[in-house]
Design a protein around this ligand. Sequence first.
Ligand code: NDP
Length: 337
Amino acid sequence: QRQIVLAERPNGEPTEKHLRLIEAERPLAGAHQMLLRTEFLSLDPYMRGRMSDAPSYAAPVEVGAVMVGGTVARVVTSQIKGFAPGDWVLSFNGWQEYAVSDGQGVTNLGQSPVHPSWALGILGMPGFTAWAGLTQIGAPKAGETIVVAAATGPVGATVGQIGKLLGCRVVGVAGGAEKCAYAVSELGFDHCIDHKAPDFAHQLNAACQDGIDVYFENVGGKVLDAVIPLLNPNARMPVCGLVSQYNATALPFGPDRMNWLMGQILRKKIKVQGFIIFDDFGHLYAEFAKAMNAWIEAGKIKYREEIIDGLENAPAAFIGLLKGENFGKRVIRVGQN
Ligand code: NDP
């Protein structure tokens, strides 16, 4: 079977030499196990963290080991009650065609889920991240202003759409005119500002005339710089991700603004709270799933996926994701040899 392993730890931006395609033996399932065939592999920004051995909330992938990742797979053979050949499952096979599982942490999606790959996006981890971070930490009230970057990605697009359903003003930030137009015309955001525009901070200010009550932090960097002065007293900042910094090798040059930032947090009484989705909110998953399924059935939430064929294309697709080359949730359709 084909696998993609971590060949070398990157220092800065990963390139294709850091991720290597290899051929390995297809595993055999034993007693109380099942063999899973990967159909879809999720590509997510957190995977950059797993390539590094810097201290984090989860262990790094070892050099030479298969890259980790959420997958939607089908059961090939099973000796586990509750899993039959042909069943679709949500699993954590990583970047490979086949995996053996004892069923731990695997969710059965049934014989014919309508959109199997959505379990990696809107109906899974990214959708849950958006819902929990916004409702549990952001706690927006109708009429408030929410700002979210990576606005057309699976987390940002969901944050913004839930914000609109809760009666808020939503201002997105995205890379490029096409993504911004989509956020407004398709997702229903009130505004979306292109962070590549030279007058980005000025445009954001103009779009947030009443200040910002909730800043759902996905990216850090210059978006965060532009947001801080616009935060209202008692603003909330769920800190979900800092994708603009994932390839950084050092702090940016410039004055140390740590104490200025702390002063803003103090004087404006801003709540800043980081979260790791399943560690902090796993107990709310069923509540999320119920709400999201209802919104999707009612056509109230839209979801955009970008499916790329072939496991061999996963490294380039992942490297591009960190640079904003994706437009929607990036998923690899694995396709076995
Ligand atoms: P996306 O599919 O939205 O991909 C990342 C996006 O980040 C890119 O498409 C790009 O969008 C944007 N981006 C990249 N570089 C920059 C930059 N320099 N400045 C501004 N934007 C940039 O990712 P997800 O929706 O899957 O994830 C969004 C965030 O949520 C990430 O930070 C991720 O790590 C985090 N996350 C955190 C979890 C948690 O438990 N805390 C769980 C899941 C996700 P554009 O072209 O629009 O700029």
